[in-house]
Design a protein around this ligand. Structure first.
Ligand SMILES: Nc1nc2c(ncn2[C@@H]2O[C@H](COP(=O)(O)O[C@H]3[C@@H](O)[C@H](n4cnc5c(=O)[nH]c(N)nc54)O[C@@H]3COP(=O)(O)O)[C@@H](O)[C@H]2O)c(=O)[nH]1
Length: 681
């Protein structure tokens, strides 16, 4: 008994023993300490009621929990075990009151403060976890190894519109999937996927996949295995980001104006087609370029140009089949790729239809607009087995189509390449030459027939090509006209010629050629005025030479321009007279100051009666209209003699001097007539 009491006293647990009369028969000091009983508050023989008086926590009736009566009432009225956690100061004590067989109660007190702290931390953690789950934007669910639901959050239920009954723990995955399928938002083929990922997740590997729901949403589902089997899955609605990605991908590979594939996507297509072409499925590449598109942009503005490009796209598309791909490379350049070409004739038919379709009138901003299309065609693999090669050759054929009069199509031929490449090179060089300082003006004297005094000079441009030396204008002027480069080049010539002539005597004129394109430029009058103003040249010292072709198109506006220029005091000469269409009628339309009889008539003056008659008729007409007549290309004294006899007022030709650099002008003027040594041009 003594040793039993010693054991009792050394226990970590507080112990009190009550007999059947509810009186204390034994206890240890730890009980008093844990229950914070007053010193000597527990004594043998003390009744339960007195005990509760000594130890206040025993008298308290809990507000909630299973035990709804005070400790005293319990031991007085019941015979069941009472477990109660009591907070005393900073401690949490577990008070267990268990009936004993012989009657009476064994009361034990355990300090569970540490356990309570852990439990509280755990509860806090759980509530934080619950809050996180509830507020997660993504759906989350967790299944055990038997694919029974462990938990899911509200977002998961919302995503699939699940009823509460299917969100309870223990719900088999199969039931949830059945509901998701029958509720209509998940395609049936997802099941196969699901089997795979669930199995993978349960076996321990993560898996992720995007699923397209029937209603258009895209859900990204990621499965991760968890310990003890089972998996946790997140379900993320990625519809917006998938759409944004698709849009970015589309933008990177399509032309924003027309929505057509761009160069990058075209290359991918060509890569595939060229592989097939090597396996016998040939393909055709049609390179289409609009004729006169620049004019629409320049005259009607870029908005109208854009509208035209969109309408052209629609027209082109209407002639294409499922075997054709159309792309826009930028500007007014389109590419059509036809797959699996068996009959090249059909490619010709397609090209013809495209040319005709674009050739029909467009209505842009209520205005009738006419453009055309030129097409170059290369067939792969024979005309190229790389995207660059086949596109380059289609482009070469396009160039040929453009130089053959536009609004037509051409197939690539190997022989085209060399000639066209040469022209291309020249065009590139010409652009650089305009930007650089490679041009010079030579001046050819014009003399009075009677006095043989120099009355003026014609400005003739020369190109000092860095590799090729002096390039003849006969070679580059037509190209400059075709490419539109004549406009900036012509402006340079005009300004430079005015500057040079401003240093000459006041009775010496300078004649400058105006090309038809330059003449149609809306900036022409402004350029003439500013060239005169900047140089200080007297307007009557400037003579502008135009050819009949200027008056051929839109003669009304051409005449208005001529009158405007003449009104400035500038002289106007009709150049190359006799080589055009209805020369004489033009002379009635506008009061030209000079007619230059083309050198072809002068050359044959001694051999052709017709030429002689024409020269005479023109000179007579000039005389009666009071217009100066200049014979061009006078090379021999005989020709001089003849034109003099016909009454021509002025002469220009090698007999009096070839075109010379400006530095020779004072020398020519000093001699009074142009008997100076020739300079090779
Ligand atoms: N729009 C512009 N056209 C220009 C300009 N500079 C020149 N050109 C035109 O280029 C064509 C070739 O010019 P070019 O090689 O200079 O030939 C001129 C004369 O050198 C040549 N000529 C003059 N006299 C004779 C001669 O006795 N014999 C002979 N065989 N040729 C001769 O004729 C050309 C002048 O022609 P034209 O202009 O018709 O008076 C030529 O069409 C130039 O017009 C330019 O700046 N702008």
């Amino acid at each position: 008994m003594l040793s039993l009491l010693r054991i009792l006293e050394n226990m970590q647990q507080g112990v009190m023993l009550l007999d059947a009369d509810l009186q204390v028969v034994a206890f240890n000091g730890r009980a008093g300490e844990l229950l914070q009983a007053p010193k000597d508050g527990i004594e043998v023989g003390l009744s339960a009621t007195r005990l509760a008086d000594q130890i206040p926590v025993l008298a308290i009736t809990p507000k909630s929990g299973t035990a709804r009566e005070s400790w005293v009432t319990h031991v007085q009225t019941r015979s069941t075990t009472l477990r109660r956690e009591i907070s005393i100061g900073s401690r949490v004590i577990l008070l267990t009151t268990a009936p004993i067989e012989e009657g009476g109660w064994l009361v034990t007190c355990d300090d569970i403060s540490a356990l309570a702290t852990i439990r509280r931390d755990l509860a806090d953690q759980n509530s934080r976890f619950d809050a996180a789950l509830a507020n997660m934007p993504h759906g989350l669910c967790m299944f055990d190894a038997e694919t029974k639901l462990l938990l899911c959050n509200a977002a998961y239920a919302r995503l699939y519109d699940l009823p509460d009954s299917l969100t309870r723990p223990g719900t088999p995955l199969g039931q949830i999937l059945d509901y998701r399928r029958t509720a209509g938002n998940e395609p049936a083929q997802r099941e196969a996927y699901f089997d795979v990922v669930v199995e993978a997740a349960i076996k321990g590997s993560a898996a992720s996949q995007c699923v397209n729901l029937v209603d258009g949403r895209v859900i990204k589902i990621t499965h991760n295995p968890i310990e003890n089997g089972g998996y946790v899955a997140t379900h993320e609605d990625v519809t917006e980001s998938v759409r944004a990605e698709e849009q970015i991908r589309h933008m990177a590979s399509h032309d924003p104006l027309t929505g057509l594939p761009n160069r990058a996507l075209l290359r991918e297509k060509l890569d595939r087609e060229l592989i097939l072409s090597r396996a016998g499925k040939r393909c055709a590449v049609l390179c289409l370029d609009l004729d006169h598109f620049k004019d629409v942009n320049d005259t009607m503005g870029h908005g109208a140009g854009d509208q035209l490009l969109k309408t052209v796209t629609d027209r082109l598309r209407s002639h294409l089949t499922d075997h054709d791909t159309i792309a826009r490379l930028g500007g007014d350049e389109f590419i059509v790729v036809r797959e699996n070409v068996q009959d090249v004739e059909l490619v010709s038919d397609l090209a013809q239809r495209l040319v005709e379709s674009v050739g029909e009138t467009f209505s842009i901003d209520g205005q009738a607009v006419h453009v055309g299309a030129s097409i170059g065609i290369a067939i792969a693999p024979e005309d190229g087995d790389t995207p660059d090669g086949v596109l380059r050759n289609a482009d070469t054929a396009l160039y040929k189509a453009k130089t053959s009069g536009r609004s037509t199509f051409c197939f690539f031929e190997a022989e085209m390449d060399a000639g066209i490449q040469k022209r291309r090179r020249l065009e590139i060089d010409l652009r650089q030459a305009i930007a650089g300082d490679e041009f010079e003006i030579f001046y050819q004297p014009q003399v009075n027939t009677e006095t043989e005094n120099v009355v003026g000079f014609e400005a003739l441009v020369r190109w000092h090509h860095p590799d090729r030396g002096l390039v003849s204008p006969a070679e580059f002027i037509p190209l400059a006209e075709e490419t539109g480069l004549i406009v900036p080049l012509g402006e340079w010539v005009l300004r430079q010629a005015c500057k040079d002539a401003a240093t000459w005597p006041k009775n010496i004129k300078v004649a400058v050629n105006l090309s038809p394109l330059q003449f149609r430029s809306p900036l022409l009058i402004h350029t003439v005025v500013s060239a005169l103003g900047d140089s200080g040249l007297t307007p009557c010292q400037l003579e502008l030479e135009i050819t009949e072709s200027v008056l051929l198109t839109d003669s009304e506006s051409a005449l208005a321009t001529l009158h405007h220029i003449k009104g400035l005091g500038v002289q106007i000469a009709m150049d190359d007279f006799g080589t055009g269409y209805s020369s004489l009628s033009y002379l009635r339309l506008f009061p030209f100051d000079k007619i230059k009889i083309d050198q072809s008539f002068i050359r044959e003056l001694g051999t052709s009666k017709d030429c002689a008659a024409i020269v005479k008729a023109v000179v007579d007409l000039g005389y009666s209209l009071g217009i100066t007549t200049t014979a061009e290309g006078v090379e021999t004294p005989e020709q001089l003699d003849r034109v003099r006899r016909h009454g021509c007022t002025e002469i220009q030709g090698y007999l009096f001097g070839k075109p010379l650099p400006v530095s020779h002008v004072p020398e020519v003027l000093a001699k009074g007539q142009a008997a100076v040594p020739s300079v090779q041009d």
